[in-house]
Design a binder for this molecule. Sequence first.
Ligand SMILES: [Zn+2]
Ligand SMILES: [Zn+2]
Length: 751
Amino acid sequence: MIDTPPHFTSGNLHIGRAYACILSDVAARYKRMQGCNVLLPQGWDTQGLPTELAVQNKLGIPLYNFGRFRIACKKWTRQMIRQMRETMFGLGCIPDWSFEYKTMDDEYHRKVQLALLNLYEMGRIYRSKHPIHWCPKCRTALADAELGYKREETGLTYIKFKVENGFFEIATTRPEFLHACVAVTFHPEDKRYQHLAGKEAQVPIQNRKVPVIKDESADPEYGTGLVMICTFGDEQDVKIVLKHKLPTIEALSDEGKIVNSGKYDGSSIIDARKAILADLINIGALSKTVKMKHNVLVHIERSTCQTPIEFLSKPQWFIHITDLKEEIVKLAHQIKWFPPHTKKRLIDWAEGLEWDWLFSRQRKFGTPIPFWHCQRCNYIIAPRKEDLPIDTAEEKPPVDKCPQCGSKAITGAKEVCDCWVDSSITPLVIAGWPDSLQCYPLSLRQQGSEIIRTWAFYSILQCYLQTGQPPFKMILVNGMILGSDGRAMSSSLGNTVDPLEAVEKYGADALRQALLLASVGSDFPFEWKDVKYCYSFMQKFWNACRFAQLHLADYRLPKKTPRLYLVDKGILSLLQQLIKAVTEKMEAFQFNIALKELQNFVWHEFCDYYVEIAKNRLYTPRKSWMKKSAQYTLYVTLWTLIRLYTPFAPHIAEEIGEHLFNETMLEAEWPTVGEDMMDKRAEKAWIILKEAMSTIRKLKSELRLSLNVEIANATIHYEDESSKEILEILEVDIEEAGKAKRVEILKKAGK
Ligand SMILES: [Zn+2]
Ligand SMILES: [Zn+2]
């Protein structure tokens, strides 16, 4: 069973997702050909902010009409799935359409809620007011993994604080949070400020007193070395407030408006900043502002939002996970990672874990959080398992008063689960959980490197908590496709590629191969020249097959291997080595090397040489057994190559399979190495013949002669007796293939 990323239903199967589809399709086709019973389910991750925004903005359906809004979201999603399915067909991807799941389905909701209920029974679910990352634009809490940094220019403002008889200066990028200042810190070893420790300073404008404390986080090199701590200005502030148990003053409303500041209340951050700076100048508390670049935390993951994140203290739902660091690291080691270095990214993330899993989202289109809570004592009340799926915002709790304090003020959760809770159970859903756990842990998970700290992390965690086992045995991590300029693809940079455009121009098989030529696990730029190369490769292969068809029209493979000519034995022996190499690389998910070896063999052994060498024996055989030998070799070689080629280029392989061999590749078996066909002497013959041909070709081209021009005499020098013997057998082949009237075989001078 293969667990693939449920596609987010944006409607557009962009090149990155197309690549993911192709990778899992190649793995599935390969394993099916090996006789494995492969299940490649197709999932759809349907409940995300982008869908809500599309329904709100494009369809103009307001969020407050929940019922209508959710129906519109579902309808929109179904439409998007239809579009994406078509693209998948176009790419030649064949997941098991009979096993399709959508995270918005009732049955899926039931399973997500059941997982949460189990976690509740383990005592891992809690609701708490906590500083959280908040996107003021999307008006929702965000998880760590959804954040990123953007480099921006800003002003570093130096503000004077009064202390005893004098004053000191702090430097801050957030003067608009002055009203939420609860302390000033400096580094314990900063000699300049030791006398300030334990003193109280007066916050300008607010005229409130705050303590001056020592904290290692203050950087003596930054600004003046004195730092204003706000609740909650940035990540550092949040940590210090919690560490020193400082009071909290909420600085912002959900909409990102200033609160608790007195005269600036209701202003936007930008307006408040302007007004405060002006007031600071008026009272003489602003010494200077210097321009600087700094990293701003923004809403980035799965979103084009890019809005700077604020910290708010809000009641949220959490899963307690910070005690599981060691277990996650252990689980990571139990899973086999391809490429191996990707494992470290998960381990680093797990080891650096600081917060519990915040899983509530203040949105509407999502899996409802299946709990109620007591408004007086915060006690959590769970539904009965048989009542799932449930929307506790709509339904009554199973008790009429709080079991802990007796209060009747019980409220259902109005929030929904974040999408990572939904997708954290995909391995369980595929295995038939909770009724069964078939083939669990799954054989393979395939996913992108950019979601290691989210999807891989959360599913390993969730599935472990539910089953005590890791969710899969192997994980294949792919890199990202960059624009041809080497930068991340983005519509604003104009460097995106529509997979359907490539399919229309060069066919799905050419696109598949072009993407598969990149090493899995690394980021790589999309190059049209790769698509074109693969397209011309297919033309070359196709032409060789047309030639073969002429000579294999009524050919039946004999039961017994016929007498084989030395040259034929040579290429058949090399073919066995190719099977071995390609199979090994496929097993290690090194599709790029497997494909490259295959393409090289087809192009530079089979098309360039074998077809030319076999021609004469097929058209005008010297002896009839020699023709039969060539036919047999042509048949066996092509049938092997086509099978090796099927996972990469299923369309053309199917076409050739049907025309030449009257077979469907959907039922074809992966070739195995025939040890009895390995023949070192024959390989040597093949190499000598190739060398002779290529030398003659090279000379002709240097003399600007057509390759068909007949030459009078070719002289070949040999080095050892075994070569001489082989050359004597091949004399006629060299004459024929090189169009030489006479071939002279001489011992190399000095030997
Ligand atoms: Zn946002
Ligand atoms: Zn209570």
